[in-house]
Design a protein around this ligand. Structure first.
Ligand code: GLN
Length: 299
């Protein structure tokens, strides 16, 4: 990876391909580097061009839109090369930039907390569908990570408040900083905990993205080598945490409320049966690829 250098001056070698030499002829432009970086990135990422743009935005400390609309003809910043090298070593873009967009908010993220995934936005959609024009007053997010689902929900319902629980102090520290930066600190409380143990009160909306990957499953290297295993793996069949959650949620769900729980591919039937057994009525809510991604449990 050390030999992938895209931003060094090109003066030494007139044969070196440079798609967009800068006006001064001193090296590649931002646009040229973005094109050139997409090729090596394709070996580690399904979204090489997007990754390059996000890393470039980070290197220039400007929003991605500004890179694309205003910066393409500038000389590329040297800082880009080391960011690219990190991505080529499979580090997730979100850990490199320290930021990830989720729903309508942007979250600070980092090692020790799962990077928010677009799939989890399905839980917010499901909750919106459940409440319609009403608003949940109290929201609980179990396994909140950097505050992902709780803060997205608080952005949607300005009169709501809630609690984010996580077993990782690193995740909670991110959650608290995110709440502060988004202006939700007065409505969001973060507490260290093992699912519902030690919790009190009832919640209109319970959100939860538990670990659900089968132990030993092969994951992409950027997930397997960088993200916290305790946020991913849940026993031989991936259902261990659902087995603990299903019988423990009932006392915390307010009348008329809903628990929206994320599911892994193919897990709907098994998890629905666990929650039915615990006295809940179950519905499924599909993600954008048509998978049953969210289980909606009501009473
Ligand atoms: N969907 C995640 C993945 O990338 C898993 C998240 C989880 O276990 N909750 O594998």
């Amino acid at each position: 990876m050390g030999d992938v250098v895209l931003t060094a001056p090109a003066s030494g070698n007139p044969d070196r391909p440079h798609p967009n030499p800068s006006p001064e002829g001193e090296g590649l432009t931002v646009g040229g580097v973005l094109s050139a970086a997409s090729h090596p990135l394709a070996s580690v990422s399904d979204t090489p061009r997007l990754d390059a743009e996000l890393l470039m935005a980070h290197a220039l400390a400007v929003p991605r839109e500004e890179v694309l609309l205003q910066r393409l003809d500038e000389p590329a910043p040297e800082a880009f090369d080391s960011l690219l090298a990190r991505r080529l070593a499979h580090e997730p873009v979100a850990y490199i930039t320290g930021r990830r967009a989720f729903w309508t908010i942007e979250l600070e993220v980092g090692p020790g907390a799962l990077v928010p995934r677009p799939d989890s936005e399905t839980l917010i959609e499901a909750a919106l569908a459940h409440f319609g024009s009403a608003s949940p007053a109290r929201i609980l997010d179990l396994g909140t990570g950097p505050g992902t689902l709780l803060l997205a929900a608080l952005s949607e319902w300005p009169d709501a408040s809630g609690v984010g629980v996580d077993a990782s102090e690193a995740a909670l520290a991110l959650g608290r900083r995110n709440a502060e930066r988004l202006g939700f600190a007065g409505r969001a409380e973060f507490r260290l905990g093992d699912w519902t143990s030690g919790l009190a009160g009832r919640f209109d909306l319970i959100l939860c993205n538990p670990p659900y990957v089968e132990a030993g499953a092969e994951l992409p290297r950027d997930v397997a080598e960088w993200e916290p295993p305790e946020a991913l793996f849940a026993g031989p069949d991936g259902l261990d945490d659902y087995r603990r959650l299903a019988p423990s949620l009932a006392p915390f769900l307010a009348p008329g409320g809903a628990a929206c729980i994320e599911l892994g591919a193919g897990q709907f039937d098994a998890v629905a049966s666990l929650f039915r057994h615990a006295g809940f009525t179950i519905r499924a809510y599909k993600d954008l690829s048509g998978r049953d991604r969210c289980l909606i449990a009501t009473r």
